[in-house]
Design a protein around this ligand. Structure first.
Ligand code: VGL
Ligand code: ZN
Length: 197
């Protein structure tokens, strides 16, 4: 078995009642738990922002959540405050079987730069170290599931495919935010990058 399950951001803030909730985001948790036994490795990502992170609309004067701004590294959606380090919202959903995780990779912890992908920050070049972890463990195939399909799952899947992994996104075990057609665009971009859906 050379496959790993990469579980993206199953955290309270992305589930109903959370700060940046994906509709029915918690519905996929039992399915993800069941998928864990089918892989050699299970890796969880955790969105992990310091208070006052630059991706938060509240960190900018006269800006509202879901507006776009230009950051030094390119365009960035401004989000409601979410997944702040040490808060309930940043914790994994209580039903997620996190005991089965071999590794938890945190992202978005640098105050000035967001990180959707599990592999690179949003500048598209600062690595998280996950590629080296997977390669040194002999992992060649990745299955991705989690939240949100159109942001962190999408960027992680495209980066993984570009790095040469064989990538499948389980859309039935993922959920989308869907801002202005972002889900359709993400599905097209993943297909284009050679990701199996
Ligand atoms: C995510 C927006 C901001 C995600 C994280 O997990 O898809 N989206 N931070
Ligand atoms: Zn975030």
């Amino acid at each position: 078995m050379t496959s790993a399950l990469l579980v993206i951001d199953i955290q309270n803030d992305f589930c109903p009642g959370g700060a940046l909730a994906v509709p029915e985001g918690d519905r996929i948790v039992p399915r993800i738990n069941a998928m864990m036994a089918e892989h050699r490795a299970v890796i969880l990502t955790q969105d992990w922002h310091p208070a006052g992170h630059r991706s938060f609309a509240s960190s900018h004067a006269d800006r509202l959540p879901y507006e776009m701004i230009e950051m030094p590294y390119g365009p960035q959606v401004l989000w409601p405050d979410h997944c702040v380090q040490g808060t309930k919202g940043a914790e994994f959903h209580p039903e997620l079987d996190m005991d089965r995780a071999d590794m938890i990779i945190r992202k978005g912890f640098r105050p000035e730069i967001d990180s959707y992908s599990a592999f690179f920050e949003n500048d598209r070049k600062t690595p998280t170290g996950l590629e080296g972890y997977l390669r040194t463990r002999g992992i060649r195939d990745l299955t991705l599931a989690g939240l949100a399909t159109d942001f962190c799952v999408h960027y992680s899947a495209v980066d993984a495919a570009r790095l040469g992994f064989s990538v499948t996104v389980c859309t039935e075990a993922s959920g989308a935010i869907d801002l202005d057609g972002s889900l359709a665009a993400a599905l097209a971009a993943m297909k284009e990058a050679g990701v199996r859906l």
